[in-house]
Design a protein around this ligand. Structure first.
Ligand code: AVJ
Length: 346
């Protein structure tokens, strides 16, 4: 995987922006060979002995990202709104707890909308840098547009997986600045519990003592409420889930018949998670030429596409400690149980 740099100084978005008086750069460190990696991940997941699976990171092509944006507006899915309420309400308090000067990195920035409140609170007291890490180039471009009106900020985007991107941010940062890493939206919930702690420990290893991590975690709630959040009445989450098969059809030339798979959300009580699956409505064969695969499905057999783990407020403190952080503060939303946790690297 070779990276190259595209200097976005020349894009229309930049040159036509009348507010852009000071210099602002976005460097896209691009990744090649994506579809080859997609093919091999699809192959590995669907040929597993036992449960077939597809990695949830592949939900987010342009169509899937747009569908997730719609999910975040659904009445049943309060997660994103809770995350945003907490950030909006407590940004100043969060920033006040950090030693200045501070630069911000975000793992999975999306449009950059959530980072705005934090960045504005920092920009009020100092110049700062924002380093979004995203595998979606269009999301990085949106970041630039979304945040281009904030003064005293330079934006450098990294089109990379989380840890690869964070390593580059660490190499790029000014030594004199502390780093605040944002990992919002309970994306950590897509890892199982041991893998989540391992991921936090890997983030910690890239950071210096005194750097920090703002971690969003969706909290445990009644199973009826959870099932509705992951199986909404309009069928948007079903479309989001099925888009994974549509994407395999588009990019790997497969012949999944979307009408023959059903979206299923299930509670896994032991794991304390909600799982999404795609269930085969009948016995069928599917061909995926670009992954060199012909697959048999039994009636009722599922492809496991995502787990979203839910946490207790207390366990976040333990997870933090196990990963080399200490959880210094926690903010919990009153309408939708969700916590924003400020972890300091020990
Ligand atoms: C973006 C991973 C936090 O797990 O709730 C939304 C993705 N999946 N509806 C989540 C998702 C189904 C979401 N995360």
């Amino acid at each position: 995987m070779l990276g190259h740099t595209v200097n976005a100084h020349t894009t229309n978005a930049h040159t036509t922006n009348a507010h852009t008086t000071n210099s602002r750069t976005i460097n896209f460190q691009a990744i090649r060979n994506f579809s080859c990696e997609f093919a091999s991940d699809v192959r590995d997941g669907l040929t597993r002995p036992g449960q077939k699976e597809l990695p949830s990171k592949y939900f987010y092509d342009d169509l899937g990202s747009a569908l997730f944006e719609v999910i975040s507006h659904l009445p049943e899915y309060g997660l994103t709104r809770a995350d945003e309420r907490l950030l909006q309400r407590h940004a100043c308090e969060i920033v006040d707890r950090l030693d200045a000067p501070v630069a911000v990195a975000e793992l999975g920035s999306g449009s950059g909308k959530k980072a705005r409140w934090i960045l504005e609170a920092i920009a009020r007291r100092q110049r700062t840098s924002y380093y979004p890490v995203e595998i979606s180039r269009s999301a990085l471009l949106m970041c630039q547009r979304e945040l281009s009106d904030i003064d005293s900020i330079s934006i450098v985007g990294f089109e990379r997986e989380y840890l690869d991107g964070l390593l580059e941010v660490a190499a790029h940062r000014q030594r004199s600045q502390h780093l605040l890493v944002l990992f919002l939206g309970s994306t950590i919930g897509n890892f199982d519990r041991p893998a989540g702690i391992k991921f936090l420990a890997e983030v910690r290893r890239i950071l210096e003592p005194g750097d920090s991590l703002l971690l969003g975690t969706d909290l445990e709630k009644p199973s009826g409420q959870l099932l509705k959040a992951y199986d909404d009445e309009l069928g948007v989450t079903a479309a989001f889930n099925l888009n994974l098969l549509a994407r395999v059809n588009r990019e790997l030339d497969a012949d999944f018949d979307l009408g023959q798979f059903a979206h299923v959300a299930r509670i896994n009580r032991q794991a304390r998670s909600v799982e999404m699956h795609l269930e085969s409505k009948r016995r069928q064969t599917v061909r995926i030429p670009a992954a060199d695969l012909s697959l048999e499905f039994a009636e009722g057999e599922t492809i496991w596409t995502e787990s979203s783990h839910k946490y207790s407020p207390e366990e976040v403190f333990q997870m933090a400690r196990a990963a080399g952080f200490s959880c210094q503060a926690q903010w919990i939303d009153e309408q939708w149980p969700f916590a924003e946790n400020l972890l300091i690297a020990e």
